[in-house]
Design a protein around this ligand. Sequence first.
Ligand SMILES: Cc1ncc(COP(=O)(O)O)c(C=O)c1O
Length: 425
Amino acid sequence: MNHTHWESDREFAHRMDAADELRRFRDAFEIRDSNLIYMDGNSLGRLPKRTRDVLERVVEDEWGGDLIRGWGSGWYDAPQRIGAKVAQILGARPHEVIISDSTSVNLFKLVVAALRARPDRRQIVSDELNFPTDLYIVQGAVDLLDGGHVLSLVSSRDGIATDQQAVLDAIDETTALVALSHPTFKSAYLYDVPAITERAHSTGALVLWDFSHAVGAVGLKLNEWDVDLAVGCTYKFLNGGPGSPAFLYVREDLHSELLSPIWGWWGHRAPFAFDLDYEPAADLTRFLAGSPPCLSLLAIEPAIELTLEAGIERIRKKSVGLTSYLIALADVLLAPLGFELGSPRDPARRGSHVSVRHAEGYRITRALIEEMDVIPDFREPDNIRIGVAPLYTSYAEVWETVDRIRRVVEAERYRAYSAVRQTIT
Ligand SMILES: Cc1ncc(COP(=O)(O)O)c(C=O)c1O
């Protein structure tokens, strides 16, 4: 969407919605209250209507009727079958993706596997914008392996982006693994994945990308970019449901080289041989651990199909349109009220959410949720994070969000709320 001119009146948003080629997908989601503006699809996507039907079928017919036979009619191979569908969204080969466990657990499996595959190297490169679980998992792997690994974090001057050259420079012949998120969770900063991956490969390091905030919103080309390893959530822009199992990707040629540190029976070469000794599967299923949570797993499938139907190019195009529009409105309506942009201005460097920063960001977020029917989320220290989900977010909702933020601040409605953080922000 190459708009150079965004207009700040509400009618402009309606004209954009009328011309939106993804408009019909909004009806595919459960939307009970049209006044409630949901801007947190980057944390938990909305419920697709067809997911309810699938869950009903799985519970009623399969669990209720088929009982244990369900494993033979669609449950057992679901990690690979649904993984192959996610692979289409990732630009990967079908057998390079499985669905299993949580993103955190998949990170653990891949971090340990990667460090063991580079036994003479001690450095792990990441950045201080990375999601905490990614850093904790690396720290835990370092502690577990007890091999003197060092985690080097590239810093960020503005909390929005890192200097990409600094990341490239941090990678050298001592680097075992580069582990980064694309985009980053607070600012939605997008890396140049091919450039970093290429630099890592030129030194012999492996690269592990966390695509949690990209999958289903930002175009990814894992094969073309020669990505080694990747993980990501399915409950954000893929709309898989709360806590739905994550995806795990390993490039084909690394399947036999890398070993999961969790030697569960689902990763065994022949689980139903019930051998006494572990022998990993030859393919990616070696990264499965144990029985998957079938209800959550099967609920992902109809949601992913919606993304495939819409097509990731069209989704990305609308995402760029929505975030650009949001920034244009924020420049006009929110900057005079003390807001600063907490995300990259360049759409090529920005994912599908926009953070607007304000000293009273936390209390403003509380007021939005409690009395303005807008649900964004808050990320320390001052980011109001506004996620746009192209399958169901409209331009009118973007306009309303900015307008309601403006009204909260102009009337100082946030003053009624405590700055003491609630458990979940
Ligand atoms: C970038 C990123 N990675 C990992 C996670 C955590 O994943 P999980 O809690 O499913 O393990 C999140 C959660 O929001 C995230 O944003």
